[in-house]
Design a protein around this ligand. Structure first.
Ligand code: AMP
Length: 432
């Protein structure tokens, strides 16, 4: 049997060290922004009972019908790797009685999601989302707040100017059924000019047909009846006030009557944040109101609204970080005795928050200097037998090649003085 190298599963990807700085920045900025608005982190598990998603997301959605990673565990229970976070967050909200907290209850979570989709650039089978939910309040000012959090995140990341906010209202159970009927009648009339998928959606989930990107369908969909003309009085007023508050916050948006989303649970406000820079995968975030969903999951009749940000897509938009952190110095012991003398120096430096590397004392000086060049360290410390005897080490500046002796008992202080602060980890209080 030939030996086959094991590779990652199709559609999942490694986040490599060259990219982790951008991921960490995205996570850190998100936490700062979310917490500034009073959102608290919740960490639900990544798998749940299948029924939670079937009921929460909707049996007829593409996600539930075609995209879930569902399996039976050893006791025969059907479990699913979460395809989205809202259902899990609301399950936890109900299960732990979080509805007794002051409302709206503001929660966020960060982590991987799993969908069996056709992989392509910007679309994966394991991907990561930032999720934010505000539960227990239906005032339109909360819709504007949640959209405001999203826009503030992208402003802080320096990306706001490259994104467009699409906004829509998709009505509620009072007005949507009549619109749905009108739309189905229109789509059936024009079935001959629609793709197979749209014809199928006409019968199964007609609002989703509005989302079709195929050029041939566009013509038909462009003149389809608009949901905004079909909103009931309450939904129309709610939407008008969301718009009014967004304007008060100077948050620009484009009303997009064909914006529908992939989940059944949305009502009224829906929104997406779009980029023109990532080809077909043009949505970096999406969200909406889900009044009724908490109740559907056996909780109190608490309304809610939230969004999900696709982290891979945001990372693709972020500029690479200017410079990777480089250690301050490579400590080069020549021989084991020197190693024993330098190990505690390296340890003390690290305690002080300064990153250094230390050799093993077995390689030639020339090889260690080669390594220092590849590490791009600005300094090396050389400790050979003759230096040990004199009780000193040599500090060499790699740029100029100049070196000078330093008494061994002053070595740590000298290295810290050479610019340890701010390099590597946080500066410790002793050297601030
Ligand atoms: P959704 O949960 O479908 O509303 O998606 C919210 C956001 O998650 C989207 O706007 C994308 O940025 C991102 N997203 C959804 N599906 C994928 C996927 N398969 N791969 C990468 N990102 C995704």
């Amino acid at each position: 049997m030939p030996i086959v190298t094991i590779k990652a599963v199709r559609g999942v990807h490694d986040i490599l060290p060259a990219d982790t700085a951008r991921w960490q920045r995205l996570e850190a900025v998100s936490r700062q922004v979310f917490e500034a608005y009073g959102y608290k982190e919740i960490r639900p598990p990544i798998f749940e009972r299948t029924e939670l998603f079937a009921r929460g997301i909707g049996e007829v959605t593409d996600i539930v019908q075609k995209e879930m990673y569902t399996f039976e565990d050893r006791s025969g229970e059907s479990l699913t790797l979460r395809p989205e976070a809202t259902a899990s967050v609301l399950r936890a909200y109900v299960e732990h009685g979080l509805h007794v907290l002051a409302k709206p209850v503001r929660l966020y979570t960060v982590g991987p999601m799993f969908r069996y989709e056709r992989p392509q650039a910007g679309r994966y089978r394991q991907f990561h989302q930032l999720n934010l939910e505000a539960i227990g309040e239906n005032h339109p000012a909360l819709d504007a707040e949640v959209i405001g959090v999203l826009m503030e995140l992208f402003r802080r990341l320096g990306l706001a100017d490259r994104l467009t906010l699409s906004l829509n209202s998709i009505g509620d159970p009072a007005c949507r059924p009549a619109y749905r009927e009108k739309l189905v009648a229109y789509l059936r009339q024009n079935a001959g000019r629609l793709c197979g998928e749209c014809r199928e959606r006409t019968e199964r989930n007609p609002l989703r047909a509005l989302d079709c990107k195929k050029p041939d369908c566009q013509e038909v969909l462009d003149t389809a009846p608009s949901i905004l003309d079909a909103l009931c009085k309450e939904c129309g007023e709610h939407f008008a006030r969301v718009r009014q508050y967004l304007e008060a916050l100077s948050l620009p948006y484009v009303v997009t009557p064909r914006l529908v989303r992939g989940f059944d649970y949305y009502v009224r406000t829906t929104f997406e944040l779009l980029t023109g820079e990532l080809g077909a995968q043009n949505a970096v975030a999406g969200g909406g109101r889900y009044d009724g969903l908490v109740q559907l999951l056996d909780g109190p009749p608490d309304p809610g609204i939230g969004f999900a940000v696709g982290m891979e897509r945001v990372v693709l938009l972020l500029p690479p970080d200017a410079q990777d952190a480089v250690p301050l110095a490579l400590l080069i012991p020549l021989g084991d005795k020197a190693l024993v003398r330098l190990l505690p120096v390296a340890q003390a430096m690290r305690h002080s928050g300064v990153t250094v590397e230390v050799g093993y004392g077995v390689r030639k000086l020339r090889n260690e200097l080669d390594r220092a060049n590849r590490l791009k360290v600005p300094y090396v410390v050389i400790l050979g037998e003759s230096e040990l005897e004199k009780g000193e080490a040599l500090i060499r500046e790699m740029g100029s090649g100049t070196q000078r002796p330093v008494p061994l008992d002053r070595l740590e202080a000298e290295l810290i003085a050479l610019g340890g602060v701010g390099r590597g980890a946080e500066p410790p209080s002793e050297v601030r």
